[in-house]
Design a protein around this ligand. Structure first.
Ligand SMILES: Nc1ncnc2c1ncn2[C@@H]1O[C@H](COP(=O)(O)OP(=O)(O)O)[C@@H](O)[C@H]1O
Ligand SMILES: [Mg+2]
Length: 226
């Protein structure tokens, strides 16, 4: 098993579109690449829902075999546990679950492993960055002050951990017409990868949908990670 590039997608803020964007970009990248998704949101897994699969993964010896959907290899705790089961876990169990997914999953060779990050900046982040060589991070944000404020916390942490920021995605989910002030990103040399507007096929996620925005973003990802 070889993974060429590991890209985490996230923001400290919840509800900004991390999971939807991860899934949509995975679909675009998978047209020309072998792609896997690790759903690292143990408390709120979504990838199994986005890809509409409740199949349990196969366990071989001590390995977990990812589920394959649309040619994408997916591993989500949502396919392993009932949705309520992880809700009351404490920190060490959370880290344990992430480690288990990281070390027990038997991926086929992958060009890209995308990690759908949980919200926050806590234990889960540290576990993931300690256990995996994450090559790049893609920031996702809505355009309002709260999301941007939380995003800055994520950036501070990534800088401390020396994780390369590939760029940011704006998710203009409410189709706001206001001009977006990108001074902060420009002054920190953070590339704008693309902007999503409200998209019904993302809202009611259609895992056969090939979004133009995601296609554009995946081209940039390909070029920037070559
Ligand atoms: N561009 C978009 N168009 C339509 N719905 C979106 C878009 N981005 C996100 N959503 C919806 O917004 C909600 C939050 O998105 P989600 O991907 O779960 O965010 P996160 O993983 O950051 O918590 C979901 O209900 C999702 O369907
Ligand atoms: Mg999510």
């Amino acid at each position: 098993m070889a993974i060429k590039k590991i890209i985490a997608i996230g923001s400290a803020k919840g509800g900004v579109g991390k999971s939807s964007m991860t899934a949509s970009i995975a679909i675009s990248l998978s047209k020309n690449n072998k792609v896997g998704i690790l759903d690292a949101d143990i408390y709120g897994p979504n990838q199994h829902l986005l890809f509409n699969t409740d199949t349990k993964p196969k366990f071989e010896n001590k390995s977990i075999i990812p589920i394959s959907k649309q040619g994408i290899q997916i591993i989500s705790i949502g396919n392993i546990l009932n949705s309520e089961e992880a809700a009351i876990w404490r920190g060490p169990m959370l880290s344990g679950a992430i480690k288990k997914l990281i070390h027990s999953t038997k991926w086929d060779d992958l060009d890209y492993l995308l990690i759908d990050m949980p919200p926050g900046t806590g234990d889960a982040y540290l576990t993931i960055f300690n256990e995996l060589n994450v090559d790049h991070f893609i920031l996702v944000t809505t355009e309002n002050r709260l999301a941007l404020s939380d995003l800055k916390k994520t950036i501070t942490m990534l800088n401390k951990l020396n994780i390369n920021i590939l760029g940011y995605i704006r998710n203009n989910i409410l189709n706001m017409q206001d001009k977006f002030d990108d001074t902060f990103f420009k002054s920190n040399d953070i590339t704008h990868l693309g902007t999503f507007l409200f998209d019904k096929k993302i809202y009611n996620f259609d895992c056969e949908y090939n979004s133009d925005v995601s296609n554009q973003i995946s081209k940039i990802i390909y070029i920037k990670t070559k």
